[in-house]
Design a protein around this ligand. Structure first.
Ligand code: NAD
Length: 312
């Protein structure tokens, strides 16, 4: 079975590529390397450095004829979406529409879309948030991801294109980019290992739902194989404050300084945790890696990478 993974050089996408190859899929990666890294791409995956919003996307589909498309390529930063909403819309809306046009044209059997539960519900009315919670994004990124879901529903209705939209919580794990503004776990670990105190935006009592990348990959594999159509949360349902996350990571890295506190950022919600019940009943998915175990593995991976890059 041939699967095309957009964003397959990025954090989540590259883990999905590895797992898909291990499961016997033939994998094609489309990524413009705007935030992803070529070295993340599995050597057995076929790689195209192509912008999903460009005219070249159609050539890849014509050449490769994928049966499944897993769409992870995106402008994935809330902060950048606030600063550059037009760029965010170009990649996340126009890029997604182009992908769906190609899927219909080449009769793709299933599309799996990386959506966000952290940004489309806005400030939750109740926690954990279910899929029926009102949609009220407070950032351009949340808006464009939701528009992507609306297009998926349209293409399903108009052309019978089956889809699953996975609304991720805060995904963390090895290979997450610590240089952007998104990915608090990666940013904290990277700073702590360099002996620098990380910055917490707000007072640190804000909460997030941290889900380990291996569990997210598993949800994608199940969605690729399932007949189910629709949206579902991929999270743990557990809230963890940023202060508690800081304390856990400080312990794992041996870092002893307190954080630097700064003003909260526009576009960030205060509390969030996603109810994973629908994914459990429809896909048989549940998160398996505890926060302690996931953070331990992530810190180890960052240390190994630092040793490799430092030549040590
Ligand atoms: P990432 O930045 O590591 O991955 C995104 C990939 O898409 C990168 O490799 C980048 O080079 C590529 N890309 C960006 N614009 C592109 C374009 N125009 N054409 C082709 N490729 C392009 O981010 P990630 O954390 O791995 O996120 C993957 C997906 O999951 C994104 O769609 C993101 O919105 C979604 N998501 C992530 C999280 C999270 O916590 N990391 C949470 C919710 C949703």
């Amino acid at each position: 079975m041939r699967v095309l993974v957009t964003g397959g050089a990025g954090f989540i996408g590259s883990h999905l590529v590895d797992a898909s190859i291990a499961s016997g899929y033939e994998v094609i990666v489309v990524d413009d390397l705007s935030s992803g890294r070529r070295e993340n791409v599995h050597p057995r995956a076929k790689f195209y450095q192509v912008d999903i919003a460009s005219n070249h996307l159609g050539e890849v589909f014509a050449e490769e004829r994928p049966e499944i498309v897993v769409h992870h390529a995106a402008q994935a930063s809330v902060v950048r979406s606030v600063q550059e909403p037009r760029y965010d819309a170009m990649v996340n809306v126009l890029g997604t529409v182009q992908i769906l046009e190609q899927c219909v044209r080449w009769k793709v059997r299933k599309v799996v879309f990386a959506s966000t539960g952290g940004a489309i519900y806005g400030e939750p009315i109740s926690i954990p948030v279910t899929e029926d919670h009102p949609i009220a994004p407070i950032s351009p990124y949340g808006i464009t991801k939701y528009i992507g879901e609306l297009y998926l529903a349209f293409y399903h209705k108009a052309y019978g294109l089956p889809y699953v939209s996975l609304r991720y919580a805060n995904v963390y794990g090895p290979r997450q980019d610590p240089t952007g503004e998104a990915g608090v776990v990666a940013i904290f670990i990277d700073a702590m290992l360099r002996g620098r105190a990380p910055t917490i935006f707000g007072d640190g009592t804000q909460t997030r739902d941290f889900v380990y990348v291996e569990d997210v990959v598993q949800a994608n594999l199940l969605a690729m194989q399932s007949e189910v159509v629709g949206v579902m949360n991929i999270g743990t349902g557990v809230e963890t404050s940023v202060n508690l996350l800081y304390a856990k990571l400080a312990q794992l890295t041996g870092f002893t300084d307190p954080p630097v506190y700064a003003a909260p950022r526009p576009g960030d919600v205060y509390r969030i945790a996603l109810d994973p019940d629908r994914a459990r009943s429809l896909l048989g998915w549940r998160p398996k890696v505890t926060l302690e175990e996931g953070l331990r593995r992530t810190v180890e991976a960052f240390k190994e990478q630092a040793a490799r890059e430092g030549g040590g």
